[in-house]
Design a protein around this ligand. Structure first.
Ligand code: DGY
Length: 329
């Protein structure tokens, strides 16, 4: 019998055709609507391979009915939407799409940093709302980027790519990471500091760490209190790493200066969310990796990972290799 693949969102034809060469492919054919849970439950119970997005929570509840499932291929580098432990204990391989989105996400991180510091969105709205009466000395003044101190929290691939961009702006670059990265310190001229020290001295605090039980609320009230009054927090990683209630209070009370957020604890963020009421917040709809080329590369890599696993090979982007004693065939 031909093995079955389920794809949880409409993907370009060329990706689907590649999967169809050897497998029966079913797909949730809508582009901007996530697959309903009930539909996913039914489909996963029949599938040998799943190609999913960060919008699907692949948890114990789903995996217990996924009796034939051999691989979960996430079209993202982050895989906090998947219960990897539950998958591993069933011998299901989990893959992600690292590398291909590094530069694009670093570009967006820097764009967001600059937009927040120089009040780009607020200034554009000011003009469009007809408020621009005259050039005036202190109108819409922001913070300097060139020569400022940037603190990168989580120096993975994307963190390093952000550091490279910061170097071009002659920034003083600090980082905090679980382990030190001597090669990056040497190549990029960056300096390791403990988290609290980084928070105290940085003008820009960029959150670039994966979302794990250890990083939930990594930046809360206490950490925000350490920051400069002129500090700007940039988060292009995952919403839950920064406590949103504490962030709102800090921004509202002028305890820090601004925030650029591409990610939220609940996505899509509610339009009534207090953070969206603040002019010193630049908010984006999780578009870090959203360039045409990069999204195509991510879709291709996710498809390749899936095909490799179904062919019985070890996929190049396997995230649970060490946790698998044996895998489902
Ligand atoms: C990821 O890959 O984890 C992003 O958040 C989506 O591109």
């Amino acid at each position: 019998m031909t093995a079955k693949i389920y794809v949880t969102r409409k993907l370009p034809e060329q990706i689907i055709s590649k999967l169809q060469i050897s497998y029966e492919v079913r797909m949730w054919a809508k582009e901007n609507v996530p697959v309903p849970r009930e539909v996913l439950k039914k489909e996963i119970s029949m599938a040998d391979g799943l190609l999913c997005l960060i919008t699907e929570s692949i948890d114990e509840d789903l995996l217990q009915i996924a009796e034939n499932l051999k691989v979960i291929s996430n079209m993202a580098v982050g895989y906090n939407n998947i219960d990897v432990e539950a998958a591993s204990k069933r011998g299901i391989r989990v893959t992600n799409t690292p590398g291909v989105l590094t530069e694009t996400t670093a570009d967006l991180t820097f764009a967001l940093l600059m937009a927040t510091a120089r009040r780009v969105v607020e200034s554009s709205n000011y003009l469009r709302e007809g408020k621009w009466d005259t050039w005036s000395p202190m109108l819409l003044t922001g913070q300097d980027i060139y020569g400022a101190t940037i603190g990168i929290v989580g120096l993975g691939r994307i963190g390093e790519a952000v550091a490279k961009r910061a170097k071009g702006f002659d920034m003083n670059i600090l980082y905090y990471n679980r382990s030190r990265k001597p090669h990056a310190e040497k190549e990029l001229g960056i300096r390791y500091t403990e988290l609290n020290e980084l928070l105290k001295v940085s003008d820009f605090i960029c959150i670039m760490t994966p979302y794990t039980p250890e990083t939930v609320n990594l930046i809360g009230k206490e950490q925000l209190q350490l920051m400069k009054k002129t500090a700007i927090v940039i988060n292009t990683a995952r919403g839950g790493i920064v406590n949103e209630t504490a962030l709102y209070e800090a921004l509202k009370d002028g305890q820090i200066w601004g925030a650029g957020l591409d990610v939220f604890t609940e996505e899509p963020v509610d339009l009534d969310h207090p953070l969206l009421s603040l002019a010193n917040v630049v908010a984006l709809p999780h578009i870090g990796s959203a360039s045409i080329k990069t999204r195509m590369k991510m879709a291709n890599l996710a498809a390749d990972n899936l095909l490799e696993a179904l062919a019985g090979n070890t996929p190049s982007c396997l995230v649970n290799g060490p946790q698998l004693d044996t895998y489902r065939k």
